[in-house]
Design a protein around this ligand. Structure first.
Ligand code: TEU
Length: 545
């Protein structure tokens, strides 16, 4: 068997000082849609708490909870009106305390969302800003400007909201305020020291309550180009994440992250921050994880890569190289609450499911830290036919896209009919497809061929096998359309091989070891395996093999 070493890259090296977060599997809980304890159709913190045994037995290391703070819910909690309290819809501060304590007792860490680019328009600061005159200290916490054109009736510049339409809204006295997202989400002015102090205090509040870290919303926002220059063209939503815009990924934003890192480092127990940053290139993304900045950044280049071997390989190699260059672990993510679920993105139906199974083994074998979005362990597809009256996402309402409701449909737990054990009430805030009766946790639990069984098995191997988590990846030679590599852990010892067939036809791949886990049926003979299309295989390689 030829082992062509085409690239070697490592992630999460022990030499960098270790750390739980370097190879953690972090499960995203979209609180609103996870589990509903009080029967109002909306998930809540006691609901999450009641399902901790499920999460602990799934085998993940940490939970990331999406915003549960006081909010008018114009963007389902990403419009925060009080950063230091829990919205009654989701519970109380005591519920948050109890959830953190019980998660810790079960060996699960808790990461909470922090939303620093904007507040809600109902936040006390924004209400004060509206009540105060132009030029006041209250307005200086946000980005207020006079308009252009006769009577200042045109917006101050040509910036567009991520959710579509102009990024400016006019207030009765004629000034305009900036909102890169919905009009109910006014952008904060991070040139104002008061904003820095306020967020330092908010971070301390949650750190003192015991959280293990933060997911930093729009970590590429906050700093705007001096003078707020025009972009020069429209359709800016199409440029997001691929082009440099005067409102995203501006270099001075890194100073804010350095400040936050200094704060995090004053706490014990390795508290971390992960950047939700859409940067134009892997290099620019890695800048968010330089040693004095945040610990991780979501790898959206991996998430957006098509199901194509050459492209996947390029993204993986590039991600490992750029993360390595700054000494950070690479991260891997396939889905979240903002994007179409990957079963559907990869083609939907049987093929989408097969690919998602193979993608799970690919992702969990890569060096670094992995994210799992609630429901991907059940193989949930995007819900594409939600009745219009339920589609409430501001992105859709403002014309900035199809809407993100379809990936936020609540989880099916058990039973034969919607809402499938999600809550005690008759319905869930977004309706669940009746076909999900076959996808409930209860239905999959006893089925060794289910997606849930695959995730559990893969996470168990990942925990036990010395080659998974941090460490190195060495590519193996294989036929076109396939990816094959061998993993070595940070401490050496047994190695693990992974082969994935992303092509359209069965392919013969190297199998220099003992099979451990496969995403579907395959045939092994001698030192090779015949791997059907859209199938992945893990094998064990002895330390001296
Ligand atoms: O998202 C930031 C962001 O730019 C995108 O994920 C965007 O929402 C997506 O491309 C849709 O166009 C974060 C949150 O994850 C998202 O849910 C919030 O709506 C947004 O920030 C505003 O806080």
């Amino acid at each position: 068997m030829s082992e062509d070493i085409l690239a070697v890259a490592s992630s999460g090296r022990a030499a960098e000082g270790g750390g739980w977060w370097r190879d953690a599997v972090i499960y995203q809980v979209y609180v609103r849609s996870f589990a509903d304890s009080d029967g109002d159709g909306v998930g809540d913190l006691p609901g999450v708490r009641s399902r901790l045994p499920y999460l602990a037995s799934l085998g993940v290391d940490a939970l990331w909870l999406t915003p549960f703070y006081v909010s008018p819910m114009a963007d389902f909690g990403y419009d925060v009106a009080d950063y230091r309290d829990v919205d009654p819809l989701f519970g109380t501060l005591d519920d948050a305390r109890a959830l953190i304590a019980e998660a810790h007792a079960r060996g699960l860490r808790i990461i909470v969302d922090v939303v620093p680019n904007h507040t809600s328009d109902r936040h006390a600061w924004f209400r004060a800003a509206l009540a105060a005159p132009p030029g006041s200290a209250e307005r200086a916490r946000y980005v207020f400007r006079d308009g252009r054109g006769p009577d200042g009736a045109d917006p101050p510049n040509d910036w567009e909201s991520v959710f579509g339409g102009p990024a400016w809204t006019r207030v009765p006295d004629g000034q305009w305020y900036l909102h890169l997202f919905a009009a109910e989400q006014p952008d904060l002015n991070w040139e104002n020291p008061e904003v820095h102090d306020e967020f330092a205090s908010i971070l301390r509040f949650w750190l003192d309550l015991g959280v293990d870290g933060f997911r930093v919303d729009v970590a590429h926002g906050m700093a705007k180009a001096p003078g707020l220059p025009d972009v020069g063209h429209g359709n800016q939503t199409e440029m997001l994440g691929t082009a440099v815009l005067p409102y995203f990924d501006q270099d001075p934003v890194h100073e804010i992250h350095r400040e936050w890192r200094r704060l995090l480092d004053t706490y014990g127990g390795e508290r971390i921050a992960v950047a939700e940053a859409w940067a134009p290139t892997p290099e620019r993304l890695a800048a968010y994880t330089r040693p004095d900045e945040l610990h991780q950044a979501f790898n959206f280049h991996y998430l957006t890569a098509p199901w194509d071997a050459a492209r996947m390989r390029e993204v993986i190699a590039e991600s490992l190289r750029t993360a390595d260059a700054v000494g950070a672990p690479a991260t891997w993510v396939l889905s979240n609450h903002d994007v179409k679920r990957h079963v559907t993105r990869y083609g939907g139906g049987e093929a989408g499911l097969r690919r998602a199974r193979a993608a799970a083994l690919l992702t969990l074998a890569l060096p670094g830290s992995s994210y799992v979005y609630q429901g991907e362990e059940l193989g949930l597809p995007e819900v594409l036919d939600l009745p219009e009256e339920f589609q409430q996402d501001p992105q859709r309402r403002r014309g900035g896209g199809d809407g993100r409701d379809g990936c936020r449909v609540p989880l099916p737990w058990d039973g034969e009919e919607p809402p499938f054990g999600f809550g005690a009430g008759p319905a869930s805030w977004l309706p669940m497809p009746t076909a999900w009766r076959d996808l409930t946790v209860a239905a999959q639990r006893g089925d060794p061929g289910s997606m849930l069984a695959l995730y559990r098995a893969a996470l168990r191997v990942r925990r036990d096998h010395p080659a998974l988590g941090g460490g190195r990846l060495r590519w193996l030679d294989g036929p076109p359309g396939t990816l094959s590599f061998v993993r070595t852990g940070t401490g050496g010892g047994r190695r693990l091989g992974c082969a994935v067939n992303l092509g359209e036809h069965a392919a013969r791949v190297p199998l220099p070891g003992t099979p451990l886990l496969a995403s579907g049926p395959y045939r092994a003979d001698g030192g090779t395996a015949e791997l059907p299309a859209d199938t992945a295989l893990w094998w064990d390689v002895p330390a001296d093999g």
